[in-house]
Design a protein around this ligand. Sequence first.
Ligand code: SF4
Length: 221
Amino acid sequence: MTAGNDYIIIFDTLLNAFGPQRWWPSDTADETVMGAILTQNVAWTNVEKALHHLKKNNLYTLKDILEISNEKLADLILPARFSRQKAVYLKEFSLFLQKYDYDYTNLKQEFDLKELRKKLLEIKGVGNETADSILLYAFMLPVFVIDVYTKRVFFRIGLSPDENIGYAELQNLFHLNLKRDVGLFNEYHALIVKLCKDTCLKKNPKCADCPLNQICLKKGF
Ligand code: SF4
């Protein structure tokens, strides 16, 4: 494939095949942030269990979790694994938001996207993917989230030169080839995750069942 509007053709094809995914699966911006941190290196089902434990203990917000000890928090989020580490990360993020009265709108007004991204990356436990997930799904800012699924699919399709391409390099391709639109980026990332979980598997992808079968170069296998 060549670049340009191939990015939109892929999006339209996936959307037609799978329908809207309605991400992020959370009720509030705080819950999105907690999910983005808890999901590091674990499946979403583990995150759901951890969030359920928090809610059962009336811990609904990032402000709430500052009221309990790190040990108690780690116990509650145990299903999300690396729980002691993630308890620290959640509290660090909460302390960051506390400086801005937990007001996401205020933060968006005070900093532009680049500055805010830099601030998030300074928080312990927040890397590129977590920062961008939070920017897109909690702050609703137009930044494309890159993950291993995106790297896999776009290499196989033929739009990325290497499955191990750098985060910023692949993100730049999306930013160059798509309109910077929150709704589009939100849905596109969710559709890529859906494709990779069900069809474009790491080993033995189900190409015969894939909506991208006709346009994919199937590079790498
Ligand atoms: S055709 Fe095969 S390799 Fe290409 S995106 Fe679909 S499942 Fe993945």
